[in-house]
Design a protein around this ligand. Structure first.
Ligand SMILES: NC(=O)c1ccc[n+]([C@@H]2O[C@H](COP(=O)([O-])OP(=O)(O)OC[C@H]3O[C@@H](n4cnc5c(N)ncnc54)[C@H](O)[C@@H]3O)[C@@H](O)[C@H]2O)c1
Length: 346
């Protein structure tokens, strides 16, 4: 199958989705929605492979990445659980195949530096799927902070807490249940918040944490974490997650010397006084259907990757940023395990 031109001038790219589980299906749909991709899959589970073939237009399907000629693809999207990310990235690097890997980058630091060095020396396009960077509200929030709207950023409070089993009923049988596969509140959920922090506040310097499994049954992972972070800039952040409470809370408040910007789900709220009403409020979900808007982010992310293949700039998380993120997550766990504040050396 060769590349061919669409009428509007875009190239159809041969995209290999590696892992057709929960998130792999979202990427299959997202890349399909771009109209710019011919899709193939690697999926070891025969039932999931058959489901994907039935529901999407799949050019080639493989049960093992070793069966695929990786040099015949333009882009890989790695959607296997995180403990498989390093060997799968290495396979892409060996074939000089650009890739996007799902978050988190990995579950330990083993082999991570070596993979990053290879990607750098090959000049390979590689990004990490921290989906929230695609959201307009987060891009606006970052732009406004960078433009000085709240003065100097000093403090960040983040609380992302909801009844996880309601949103992921199969949680006990997926990677989520196992720490060694990347599950739990810190690697699975807080890593999204860490990405926001690293993107907006810069490099973390110190971290302390408490974590535990307070409520969820049938897993070996923490469902709750309380994390404090200090950044090189001197700013500080407090990150709270529980995965059992009934209300769905998703708030990130950025506090500066002249005002506050808060993301409350999709609402961006600006306050610069103690008035009861905010100075500005905008809901980026107005008029949108939540599930459609969520899926649309995967199509947007796919378009960013396809644009990057064409040489466009790409603001999705780099492997280096995801490495800082992984070190922060592992240091947070270490902090509670050893009952001390961890220094992050760079
Ligand atoms: N960006 C997001 O919002 C988001 C949301 C959920 C999950 N994720 C991430 O996506 C990854 C996968 O999560 P999921 O929820 O889809 O898990 P899942 O368990 O639903 O699916 C993973 C799939 O990978 C397959 N797989 C396992 N080993 C493989 C291999 N060597 N080669 C190819 N496929 C293999 C499994 O058979 C399974 O179908 C994780 O890293 C997770 O953190 C990201």
């Amino acid at each position: 199958m060769g590349r061919h031109e669409l009428q509007r001038g875009s190239v159809i790219r041969r995209v290999l989705i590696i892992g057709a589980g929960g998130i792999g299906l979202r990427h299959l749909k997202g890349y399909t929605q771009t109209g710019r991709a011919a899709l193939s899959i690697v999926e070891p589970d025969p039932k999931k492979r058959a489901d994907a073939i039935q529901n999407f237009d799949i050019s080639h399907s493989y049960s093992d990445i070793g069966d695929a000629d990786l040099t015949s693809f333009d882009l890989a999207v790695i959607c296997a659980p995180a403990h498989m990310h390093i060997p799968l990235m290495n396979a892409c690097v060996a074939a000089n195949l650009p890739f996007m890997v799902e978050k988190p980058l990995a579950v330990t630091l083993d082999g991570v530096r070596e993979t990053l060095a290879q990607v750098r020396s090959n000049g390979l396009l590689a990004r990490v799927g921290f989906t929230r960077r695609v959201a307009d509200e987060l891009q606006q929030l970052r732009a406004q902070i960078q433009a000085g709207k709240i003065g100097d950023l000093k403090l960040i409070y983040m609380n992302s807490s909801q009844e996880f089993p309601k949103y992921r009923p199969d949680f006990q049988s997926t990677y989520y249940a196992k720490p060694e596969m990347g599950g739990g509140a810190i690697l699975d959920a807080a890593s999204h918040l860490f990405d926001m922090l690293i993107w907006i506040a810069g490099r973390p310097k110190q971290v302390s944490c408490m974590y535990d499994r307070l409520v969820l049954q049938g897993t070996q992972t923490e469902d709750t974490c309380l994390i404090n972070i200090r950044f090189e800039s001197g700013a500080m952040a407090n990150v709270t997650i529980n995965q059992f409470q009934k209300p769905n809370t998703n708030q990130q408040e950025f506090i500066g010397t002249t005002g506050n910007l808060m993301l409350d789900h999709s609402k961006l709220i600006y306050r610069n006084s103690d008035a009861a009403e905010p100075a500005e409020i905008r809901d980026f979900m107005d008029g949108l259907v939540p599930m459609e808007a969520h899926q649309a982010r995967f199509a947007m992310q796919a378009n960013y990757m396809l644009d990057a293949l064409e040489g466009g700039t790409c603001h999705l998380a780099t492997l280096e940023e995801a490495y800082v993120n992984l070190r922060l997550a592992l240091a947070a766990k270490q902090s509670w395990d050893e009952r001390r504040i961890i220094e992050l050396e760079h």
